[in-house]
Structures are given as structure tokens and as C-alpha cells.
Design a binder for this molecule. Sequence first.
Ligand SMILES: Cc1cc2nc3c(=O)[nH]c(=O)nc-3n(C[C@H](O)[C@H](O)[C@H](O)COP(=O)(O)OP(=O)(O)OC[C@H]3O[C@@H](n4cnc5c(N)ncnc54)[C@H](O)[C@@H]3O)c2cc1C
Length: 1023
Amino acid sequence: MGLFSKKHKRADTIVVPAVGQGPSPIAVPSGDSIEGRTFEIGSEMLRRARGHKTGILSARFYSDALMEWSMKDHEFKVQMFRFVDAFPMLRTPEAVFEHLSDYLSQPGVTVPPVIAAALKAGAIAKGMAAKTISGQITGMAGKFIAGTDAASALPGLKEMWDGGIAFSVDLLGETCLSDEEADGYAKKYLDLINNLPKSVASWKSQPTLENDHLGPIPRTNVSVKISALSARCDPIDTEGSINDLMKRMLPILETARDRGVFVNFDMEHFGLKDFTLELFQRCVEKIDFQAGLAMQAYLRSGPADAVKMCEWAARRGKLITVRLVKGAYWDAETIKSEMHGWPSPVWPRKWMTDRCFEQMAAIFLDACPTAPAARGRGDIATGGPRPSGVKLALGSHNVRSIAAVVAGLERRNLPLNAIELQMLHGMADQLKFAAAEMGLRIREYVPVGEMIPGMAYLVRRLLENTSNESWLKAGFMDNADAGTLLKVPGAGVPDAPLPPEQADRHMLTPAVEGVGDGKPFYTEPMRDFADGAQRAAFAAAVQRATVPKVANDRTPEQAGRLVASAEMAFQTWRDANPRLRSGVLTRAADLMRDQRDGLAGVMIKEAGKTWREADADVCEAIDFCDYYARLAVPMFERERMGKFIGELDEQWYQARGVAVVIAPWNFPLAILCGMTAAALVTGNTVVMKPAEQTPGIASVLNDIFQQALKEHDAPPGVLQFCPSPGETTGAALVRDARIALIAFTGSKAVGLNILEAAGRTPEAQPFVKRVICEMGGKNALIIDQSADLDEAVMAARQSAFGFQGQKCSACSRLIVVDPDGPRAAAISAFTRRFVEATKALVLGDPAKPGTDIGPVIDIEAKNTIAGFIEKGRRECTLELAMPVPAGLEAALGRSFVGPHIFSGVKSEHVIAREEIFGPVVAIMHASSFEEALRIANGSVYKLTGGVFTRKPAHIEKAKREFRVGNLYINRGITGALVGRQPFGGFGMSGVGSKAGGKDYLYQFVEPRASCENTLRRGFAPEL
Ligand SMILES: Cc1cc2nc3c(=O)[nH]c(=O)nc-3n(C[C@H](O)[C@H](O)[C@H](O)COP(=O)(O)OP(=O)(O)OC[C@H]3O[C@@H](n4cnc5c(N)ncnc54)[C@H](O)[C@@H]3O)c2cc1C
């Protein structure tokens, strides 16, 4: 009699700590006996698996030299995995060798002697070394990836089937950049679902694999990643994205239904979780296919989602399979949430994930139908009655987790074939056979595909297998004892404090006593549009938002009177307590926080910003206030220079006078707010002149500042609002002899004009004007040979077309390195993918979440951009001119320009030289990385620049030689964050100031110093 056929008496329910961090108890089926049974089952599985260790299917994996070194030395692991990631892009042995030696010569890496010897060797040995390492990596990938396509994997699948293991085929590919790629992926799945059932039909019968306790189950089982089926898979626009996905999903699912194929939806990043659940439910409600869904126990939301899924299945009368996994993106989720300042969606401790796995399994087992005869709709395979509920599959290699669920199964008197055990190809073979021997139904998850699309999967496996948290590593490499391996999750774990939500290492200033909430400065987290509640609140605020009607009608005379008032207020404001001034800024930040979606809504309606762009604008404005508030206070405290006895040397700063702030329309809140806040907090009084195109949001900002000033009893007149035409009133303001400081952001032409005007000092003006001037950019992004193309294309698209290219940081030159020439494979591949990816963008009403490209600011801008496009057409090759949907301009009453891409662009062409400020990008060719840098540096503008490369030496070279104010490596080149990426350029991009940087405020003040002789008749206090 098999181990699992023993009868066990029903156990009591005891109270165990909840899966949450707190002590709140929840009831799960457990008890001494169930723990004992778990240990029994687990020990047996472990014993059997360890018995297989030396057999043909043992964990050879851990004897792999690269893996072994990686586990011993963290630095080596980091560099080796980075090299593995770049490897498929390296076309020649020389490139392989160069990259390998580059990675392994990074500081802190100890190179294993065998590799070190090869790296030092002569040319022939280098070729050999490259060959050996290539062989090793390909071999390692081959362990996890079963073949380049389903046909090549078929013999392996059959061998497994004959050996008692079923399969689920996964076609590798995750990042989908275009409809073309999504269609290609969908077609591959259709082929697979159409053909695989025929190929496996003749295989021998395997009753254990082909039946569960409710009846027959399909032989052919496939797993899909939904993100690969749409280039528009973005929860911000759930409806639009689901519609796009459905176009490709429905034919796949209909074919699966007709061919009797089981389809499992894999679960990907947390951002797609709710979206995937929604899509899955809609698909199941629409089509009667055999459906499965992966759910992740590392998510804090896991138990609640499990309950919801069971309730839905019961409500809708559906029978689905849930593959319960722990989750493959723990590192990525942790990093992403930290990066955005969002609460982490995953458990912070491994044992919490393990505990959650058992809790979720219990929820699903409770929802598992006990018998086929239950009431329900017709069964797909047999036509008989079919119950509703959830069948459980376990995607785990952790014997404790598996044993606990099996014990729970027994406790509910469910038969062993009510669950399925699933494991990954290339992992834990000994466990698969041990479990099969013990009567469990086993399925292997079999990825097939090429190495480049499979790299993300491969790296996840490498990370998982070399992690110190890995159960498999503990069980089969470190050979921990059964007691340790099978213990209750969390048992014996000391109560260590959990990581704080906001890590100290993210603070960008120290806390300043009496300023704001008394905490250091952290950047304001942007909205997480994957969160339905945040999305709904934002949508409602956008709908409600109205743009205040403000006339740009202040005349030069009126402006003069505003300057006079500001001048009157100056001395009092200058001498005010610096903490009071900082208080005004932190209060303004709070007021903006209180109405942040509404502020975004005003910008969406006034400036045509899309949701994410508008939200980022508000966050930046808040950040400027909170950041400068903390920076300013110490500037006004006297700093002692040295400690000489008998001499007191001190330095401090004072405000300059009346400032005029002249802001652009492209960051109508953030830039106006940043310049104004900097001037105010340093004790200057301000005349604020917004751009003529966006006075509405400027007036809202003015109201916010005025309220904050009033609440702090600031003297009247500190801040003057002056919506007016630049050419008349703006020009008069910069020439006014009472203006001590001009803070300007805008075009090169106006900036140079202001600098010139400010340089003339009339007799009556008792100071030299200070100009803080930020101008344009002609920013380049270099795509090196080893670039990750998926990421490069996405980043280039966002950098070039975000807010319609109307950012001074926008990418307008893409320089692609291809040593084989301007029409060779690398540049052609990039161009094609970039063009196709751009076609996936949606032009439309920016108030709708699915819109990527809104209107340009006005008709004048449209005409200027059109002029450049015309020049581009004459000089270069037009690769893409995206049309504006018919009727859009009339419907919204705004001007649109679709993205335009030109190739064959040379440095002398107009579109490679002049700032366009629109969605137009030039693709340029370089034969080498060095040439790419020369081209990039060839512009008079020096604002932002970027490099996509996976060669460490090129990253270093770019940092040394790519002369721009803000260099971005392996990411997009827009979106600088206050305090994190101080922003600003030099050359024709400005006078070298860095907004959001720690020295920015010094431009708004004048330094003063004093030296006091403290010696009196030969004695000084400090001796
Ligand atoms: C058939 C199959 C299909 C799969 N499909 C998916 C899928 O669709 N989506 C998906 O995301 N994954 C999927 N996976 C991958 C799966 O998530 C990992 O293989 C799994 O997490 C490893 O868990 P384990 O129980 O085998 O190992 P264990 O070693 O017990 O657990 C490792 C897991 O613990 C978690 N963890 C690690 N460190 C910590 C920490 N400090 N705090 C909290 N948790 C931590 C992580 O999730 C990690 O993967 C699938 C796996 C299988 C076998």
C-alpha cells in the first residue's frame, strides 16, 4: 500500500500566528498530528530523493563550476550573471573574451584560478577560453531550457512522459514591444496548441498523469505569459489593455477548447497581478476551456486573492486549477518598490512566504470539489456533470511545503490525485522521481525558445538556485538535516525587526530640526497605477479638474508695480527666521499633496500631459519644496572656518533681492514651483511670470504659496503673480533695475537674450544681476553592440516621445553602434524594433489613461515641428510618420503631431543639430563606441545623454567622456528626480546650475564672511 493511502483521523483546528507581521491569529487546519504527518511525508520524500542523488538524474546542477563559484563568492556571482545576461548579444569569440575579462576585472571580484589563467593567456588560449565559457553558459542554459522550439523539445517530452512525468510547455518570451511581436508570439502558441495534441496522441497511456479525482485531464498542457501577447499590457488602462489582449487570447483559448488543451496563465510582476486575475476571469467566463492560473505566495495579498478567486469560481460555477507558487520575482519586486518608494508587495522574510504558501494552499484545498458527481455544468472532456471550485497544483521544490499540503489533503479526506505537483525543467529531478514513486502526479514546466528571449527566465533560475534562501540548495547542496528542512515556517526564527518601509539609505538630506515633519527628505512616491484604488481616484480627479481662466494681461507698468511691492517686502523677508521660510515651503508641499491628483488634472487639461507625466510633474513640485526647505536652513547659520584661538572666522549667506522667475510650459507646475521655491526659501522676494500657455496651473500654485505665506505671517508682497506676455512684460521685467536675480528656464534664444540684457548695468542699478538660466538640449542615446535591445527600445521610445518629446531632456538622437555599416544587421534590427514599438503608441485625449501621445502645446509648436519634419524628409530617410487619427484634433480642439522617426541621419543634418521640441527622432550610425561618443559630443547642447551597453569599460568611458550635464546608463534619459539626479546642463544648455541639486540654492544668495579678533590683552576665551 502506498504511503499516502494510510487513513488519518480528522484533526482539530488550532490557532497559529497569522501570515501577517502582527500577532493576529488565524485558524488553519493544523495540529500536532498534522505537523507529525507533514514530517513523516517530508522525511520519506527527502530520503527517496537523496537516494537518487548519485543516479543519472541527480542534481548535477550544483556540481556546475560556474554555479559553484557563484555561490561561494557574491562579487563573482554579480559579475558572472551580468556577463551571462550580455552573452547572447556577443557575436564573436573576441567579444565574448573581451566582455568576460572586463566583467571579471571589476573591483572586488576574485577570479577562480582556472579562469584567471585563461584570461592572462595568449591569443590562441583566449579563443579557447571564449569557447569554453560559451560552452559552459550554453550548457547551463540547456539545463533549464528544453529546446529552441516545441519540435526540438518533443523527444525530451516523450521521454519524460514515458518515465511518468507530464509537461506544461512554455514558449519563452516576455518583453513584447510591438503588435508585430505580440502577433508572432500568439501565432507560435496557436501552432503549438494546434499541433502538440496530434504529436502526443500516440504516446502510451499514463492513467496517473491523465486523471485526477474528478476525471480525465488533458495530456497537452501549455503555460502562457500574458505580457508577451500585447504591447499595451499596462494596468493604467485596464479596459484598453484587456481588449488588446483579448484579440490574441481568444483565438488561442478557443483553439485550446476545441483541441482539449489545458492553458495556464503564468503570473508575472506584481504590477500585472490584479490585471491578470481580471483577464483570467473574463476569459474563463467567455470561453469554456480547461483553465489554470498561477498565484504567488510571496505576495502579502496572496491569502485575500486566494479567497476572492475561490469565491468567484463558486459564484460563477467554474472549475479552475490554481498553480500555487512562491513567486519568481522577489528580488525585482523588492528593488522596484524601493526604487519608487512604494510599499513592498512581497513578504520581507522567506519563512513568511513559506507560511503564506501553506495558508493559501489550505484555502484552495477547502475550495476543491470532492467528487465528480457534484452539481455543475457539462464537463469538457466527458460531457458529464462538472463541479465548480479550485483544483490545486503545487509549483514548488520545497519538500516541507509539499508535505504540508499533502498532509492537509489527507486531513480533508481528499485523494492524492486531487493535487498535482509541478516542478521546473532542469531542477530537482531527484525530487520529481521521489514524488512520482510516492504516487503523486508530477508535471514538469518546460520552457522552450531561444536564449535571448529566454534570458530573463534563465537569470531568474540562476538567482533562485544560488540564493541562500533556496530550499533546494539547503536540501541538496548544503545537506541540511530533515529537522531543519521540514520545520514549521518561522519556527525558531528570532524576532528580528523588519525592514522599515522607507529605507534610511534613501534619504537625500538629513533631517532639519523644526522643518516639515522633522524627517529627512525622501522623494515623493509617484502614483502606482497598477493599484485600482489609486487609478479610480486619479480618474475622478481628472474628470473634476477645471483649469482656472487666467488672462496673460499684466502690462509692463503693472509688472513694475509688482516689483515695487516685492521690493518693499524684501528686507523683512530677508531677515525672517530661515525656519519660517522653510516652513512656508513644507506647507506648500503639504497643500500640493492634499490636492495632488487635482493638480495633475489641471495640467492634463491645460498642457496636454498624459496621466503619468502629469503625476510626475506634481511629485517633482512637491519634492522641490521639501528638498529646498531642508537645504536652506544651514546656509543661514554662521559656519565657523577653522578653530583659531583668538580669531573667530565665520561665513554665511544672504538673499540677493527681488527675483523674477520666468518658467516654461512643459513642466508648468514643477519648474515654476522649483525656481520660485528656491528664490523664496533663500530670502528673496519673487515676481512669478508663468508661460503664456499655462497660466491656469500657475495660478493654482500661486494660491498655494500665498496660503502658505499667509499662514506663516509673511509680509505682504513677498510673492507677486504676473501672468503676462513674455515679449513685452517679461522683457521689461528682466531689464528692470530693481530686479537682482533672474531665474529662467526656456529656449536657447530667449535665454541668450536674457543673459545679454542682464549683462547691461545702468548707472542707477546698485548691483550686477545674477542669471540662472536653463536652456535646451539635443540629447543623444547611444545603443552599443552589447545593449539589451528590449530595454533600449523601451527606454528610447519613452525618452523620445514622452510628453510628445516636449522636454529639454528628451532624446532626439539615437546613435546605434554597428561595426558592419549603416545598413547592417544590428542597426537594422534596432531600427525595425524601435519603429514597430512606436507604432504601438496611442495618440489621443490625454485625459484617458490609455493615451500615450497627447497634443503638442499649440498650433505654433505644431507648425515649427512640421517645418523640421519637412527638412528631415528632404535630407534623411523617413522610417515612420504616425498619422493623427481622423477627427481627433477637431474633437479636442488641440494640435497633434504623431511620432516621426528618421534614419540615415548625419551630424550635419538639421534634425541632428537643432532642438525640435516635438516627437521627432533621428537615428544615426556609428562604427564604434568611440565614434558614437564623438557624434554625441558634437552638439553645442550638453544637457542629457544616455548609453545602453553591457560592457563595463564602455560604461566607464561614457562617464569620463560623454560630456553632458546628466548621463544615464542603461535607462531612459528623462525623468530626473529631485535630490537623486540633480538636473541641468552646460554649453548651450545653460549656465551649469543643477535644479534639485545640493548647490542649486547658492545661486540665489550672496556669501558673507566675518573675522573677529577675540584676543583681549593677551588672553582669549578658548585657550
Ligand atoms: C511549475 C512551476 C511554475 C511556475 N510558474 C511561476 C509563475 O507563473 N510565476 C512565478 O512568479 N513563479 C513561478 N514559478 C517559480 C516559482 O515561483 C519558484 O520556482 C519558486 O518560488 C521556488 O519556490 P520553492 O518552493 O521551490 O523554493 P523555496 O526555496 O522554498 O522558495 C524560494 C522562494 O521563496 C521566496 N523568497 C526568497 N527569499 C525571500 C525573502 N527574503 N522573503 C520572502 N520570500 C522570499 C521567493 O519567492 C523564492 O523564489 C513556477 C515554478 C514552478 C515549479
